[in-house]
Design a protein around this ligand. Structure first.
Ligand SMILES: [Zn+2]
Length: 81
């Protein structure tokens, strides 16, 4: 007589079966979560170019696209207009 036939129909057996399914479900869901998170991390574009740079005149942090420094009002030659 196996444990399965011995405890068939009893409440502890049903709790054990349902608990086993829940644990397996949670493990599979966690693994899928890790896989999807890793895929999203790999898909993210590697464009990490800085949005700001230092003004050559006052050394303040200014946006890359700025044509004039907001701190010292110097005109920036590198600006793309
Ligand atoms: Zn400046």
């Amino acid at each position: 007589m196996t444990l399965r036939t011995k405890f068939r129909g009893s409440l502890p057996y049903a709790v054990a079966v349902i608990g086993g399914f829940l644990v397996a479900y949670l493990i599979v869901a966690f693994v899928i979560f890790l896989v999807i998170r890793q895929i999203n991390r790999l898909k993210r574009p590697a464009d990490e170019s800085p949005a700001t740079h230092d003004c050559p005149f006052c050394l303040s942090d200014i946006p890359v696209k700025a044509s004039r420094c907001p701190h010292c009002t110097s005109e920036l030659k590198t600006a793309a207009v």
